[in-house]
Design a protein around this ligand. Structure first.
Ligand code: 5RP
Length: 258
């Protein structure tokens, strides 16, 4: 890995601990104005101080994130699908590497849809993005997306997906938590962060998932809905930080008044 690549990745996953708390706020690229993200700027503003990095599209960066921020941007560069369309897996690259550099992105990200009719197209897009990322020192985050098929999220499938992403050169991978998560982390040679998935019943449930993921070898989280759809988003994000960075138990993190 080049110096620039290491430096950028180190802004997202802390170089000393390898851990990171990413705030995923890119959902509008296929879901439109999803609940609590109708005005992304308003959602982002109070959360920004407590996120290590922001995962966003170029439209949201340009219009809703203050350019003076020192938070690293993980730029989603894939899309072309929508919840109203026929097949969520039919994604392609939407944003050039030059635009990612102009935005001063610290990493670029896309989704891959393994086991779908668009497996090959999304995996080749990952390969091409890694080629471009290597050229300019920009790390690539591969997201192992499942679209509407949430039942796919088991250790066998997710281990397959994460390993393939790493083999194709992804510098880090985002996937879902599942039972026997050590099988996923243990067979993937690059860091893994977990998505939160749909909003869970309680904040404690989401904190327990984050704790279990980190204990099973995850580098941290790249969470969205379980943070900004929570009744107290700032408190939730701070609690997640305690779990990921301070080794707090879910109960300790949830009980903290700060
Ligand atoms: C969409 C994404 C989202 O960023 C991801 O699902 C994380 O958000 P959440 O915690 O809400 O699941 O990559 O494909």
């Amino acid at each position: 890995m080049t110096w620039g690549m290491r430096n950028r990745l180190g802004r997202i996953l802390h170089p000393e601990t390898g851990r990171g708390v990413m705030l995923a706020i890119d959902h509008g690229y296929f879901l439109g104005p999803i609940s609590h993200l109708e005005d992304p700027g308003k959602t982002i503003e109070p959360l920004l101080p407590y996120a290590d990095s922001l995962m966003v599209t170029r439209g949201v960066v340009r219009n809703c994130v203050p350019p003076g921020t020192d938070k690293p941007i993980v730029l989603r560069v894939s899309g072309g699908n929508s919840i109203a369309g026929g097949d969520l897996s039919n994604e392609g690259i939407t944003t050039s590497i030059e635009d990612a550099i102009r935005i001063n992105a610290s990493a670029i990200t896309l989704s891959v849809y393994i086991g779908t009719p668009h497996e090959k197209q999304t995996l080749l897009a990952l390969g091409e993005l890694v080629n471009q990322g290597e050229r300019y020192g920009l790390p690539v985050l591969a997201v192992t997306a499942v679209g509407k098929e949430l039942e796919k999220r088991d250790a066998r499938y997710l281990a397959l997906c994460c390993r393939i992403c790493a083999e194709l050169g992804a510098h880090f991978v985002k996937t879902y938590y599942c039972d026997e998560f050590e099988r996923v982390t243990g067979s993937c040679p690059v860091p893994i962060v977990i998505a939160g998935g749909p909003k869970m019943e309680t904040t404690l449930d989401a904190l327990r998932m984050a704790r279990a993921a980190v204990d099973a070898g995850a580098a941290g989280v790249d969470m969205g809905r379980n943070v900004w759809q929570s009744p107290e988003p700032v408190r939730m994000l701070r609690a997640i930080r305690r779990v990921v960075h301070d080794g707090a138990s879910p109960e300790e993190a949830n009980a903290s008044k700060e």
